[in-house]
Design a protein around this ligand. Structure first.
Ligand SMILES: NC(=O)c1ccc[n+]([C@@H]2O[C@H](COP(=O)([O-])OP(=O)(O)OC[C@H]3O[C@@H](n4cnc5c(N)ncnc54)[C@H](O)[C@@H]3O)[C@@H](O)[C@H]2O)c1
Length: 257
């Protein structure tokens, strides 16, 4: 359980981040949902679980905004226990020869600089307290490159590596730093990118969902609830000895270290 803990979850308004927010709130944590747009309707649903949650509009690409988010959280609640750097964007699926500088900037800025900004802001706080948790959302594609997704692969490999280095730095302060590497997950991002993935203008989402599930040993796509469950375990006391890990969460879609 996460009773009394205070958590920040970036990209928490929908998709995998929403799954983390819901699980943390259900386990008794107070959650600050940080996303480009406010998440008021999600907050309304969480409030019955008792926490005094908040929603903050933040662009993770801005160090100033991420530093401000952490300072605001400390001033609202007097503590910060968990930071989940989950906000991320997919690339367009273009091959390297066709990629634009603008796409490079977007994918690397959100997926790497955004996670870095969150890690740095959290590390400055966690260095001064006996315990902390940083959880970064990477991807199995950070371990296994896929043609057409060079920028996304590179960005997620960077997240895994950043996570490992920070785990080495923060171990002596009682802070663990881990990344979660989801497989193909059913989220708004996946639905929005489906036309590009499958080369159809109006793909039948349910049909493609079943097809995707058929390629996964567990027989289904992953969801935010799966990420929420793993994040809650990493955030809790049972995972005190787990740090520097890049944990696959793929239903068997990807089986490697
Ligand atoms: N869906 C998948 O199959 C999958 C697989 C592996 C990893 N991931 C990773 O999981 C994370 C969440 O993915 P998702 O599928 O839930 O995506 P999503 O697009 O459904 O949700 C992402 C959220 O992040 C927010 N966000 C994007 N850019 C932001 C920024 N600059 N500042 C603040 N918030 C921002 C969005 O507004 C959105 O609410 C991402 O890091 C993604 O790369 C997703």
């Amino acid at each position: 359980m996460l009773d009394g803990r205070v958590a920040i979850v970036t990209g928490g308004r929908r998709g995998l981040g929403e799954g983390v927010v819901r699980r943390f709130a259900a386990e008794g944590a107070t959650v600050v949902v940080a996303d480009l747009a406010p998440a008021e309707s999600l907050l309304d649903e969480l409030t019955p679980s008792g926490g005094e949650h908040r929603s903050v509009a933040v662009d993770v690409r801005s160090a100033e905004q991420m530093d401000g988010l952490v300072q605001d959280t400390l001033s609202w609640y007097g503590r910060l226990d968990i930071v989940v750097n989950n906000a991320g964007v997919m690339d367009s699926g273009a091959e390297v020869a066709d990629l634009t500088d603008a796409e490079y900037d977007l994918v690397l800025d959100v997926n790497v600089r955004g996670v870095f900004n969150g890690c740095r802001a959290a590390a400055r706080v966690f260095r001064g307290q006996p315990r902390g948790r940083i959880i970064n959302t990477a991807s199995y594609i950070g371990k296994k490159a896929i043609a057409g997704h060079a920028l996304y692969s590179a960005s997620k490999a960077a997240v895994i590596s950043l996570t490992q280095a920070l785990a080495l730095e923060l171990g002596r302060y009682g802070t663990t730093v881990n990344s979660i590497c989801p497989g193909t997950m059913y989220t708004p991002m996946w639905v929005e990118k489906l036309p590009t993935f499958v080369g159809e203008e109006n793909p039948d989402v349910e049909q493609w969902r079943h097809r995707a599930a058929a390629g996964i040993p567990a027989g289904r796509m992953g969801t935010g609830a799966d990420v929420g469950a793993m994040a809650a375990w990493l955030a809790g006391d049972d995972a005190d000895f787990v740090t520097g890990a890049a944990l696959n969460l793929t239903g068997g879609e990807a089986v490697f270290f």
